[in-house]
Write a protein that binds this ligand. Structure first.
Ligand SMILES: Cc1cc2nc3c(=O)[nH]c(=O)nc-3n(C[C@H](O)[C@H](O)[C@H](O)COP(=O)(O)O)c2cc1C
Length: 166
């Protein structure tokens, strides 16, 4: 299985990145860090069609599975990832053909947060978006981090995430 990770976090060397690094190390997945791309808010007039969103989708269309990695920020996905999700609307309007290339792929969530449980309201947009885009939702893996990052624990969480994909 050809796996890509799309990471959206405000801290490029933070908790989510550390979990993602462990996952990438174990899986050989390709990492796409949204902080390295210029992707602007959804524009009804599509004046931003030349930014980094469509090229990123073209790259992602080469993979079978996409892991969306985000910390929990106020019970939700990070703003970086939300902007990416909003831009999926480009694939329903100006780039339908490209959008069709995502059909049949599977997705999953990799997340970190402070609280012991990942809130349902965090998961739901991924489940519903996958359904809408005719993609399969393969579940979520979450690391609750309340103090120092425990590398052995992150390793175990990354391994769990990998098992869910295969
Ligand atoms: C703006 C902000 C909002 C947060 N909101 C939540 C939250 O709603 N639930 C939670 O469990 N943790 C919350 N946290 C804690 C982070 O999810 C947690 O520290 C996470 O591991 C940070 O990942 P990062 O280093 O990739 O940013 C929040 C942190 C920040 C900075």
């Amino acid at each position: 299985m050809n796996v890509a990770v799309v990471l959206g976090t405000s801290k490029s060397d933070g908790n989510t990145r550390r979990l993602v690094n462990e996952f990438v190390y174990q899986s050989g997945a390709a990492l796409f860090d949204l902080s390295e791309r210029e992707i602007s808010y959804y524009d009804y007039e599509h004046k931003n069609r030349m930014d980094d969103f469509l090229p990123l989708i073209i790259e992602l269309s080469e993979f079978d599975h996409i892991v969306f990695a985000s910390p929990v920020y106020w019970y939700s996905m990070s703003a970086q990832l939300k902007v990416f999700f909003d831009r999926l609307s480009d694939l329903l309007t100006i780039e339908k053909q490209l959008g069709r290339r995502l059909k049949g792929k599977s997705i999953s969530i990799l997340s970190t947060g402070y609280n012991t449980e990942l809130p349902e309201c965090f998961i739901e947009p991924f489940v519903l978006t996958a359904k809408y885009m005719h993609m399969e939702f393969n579940g979520w893996t979450y690391a609750a981090i309340q103090s120092e990052v425990d590398l052995a624990a992150l390793e175990a969480v990354a391994e769990m995430a990998l098992h869910k994909i295969h």
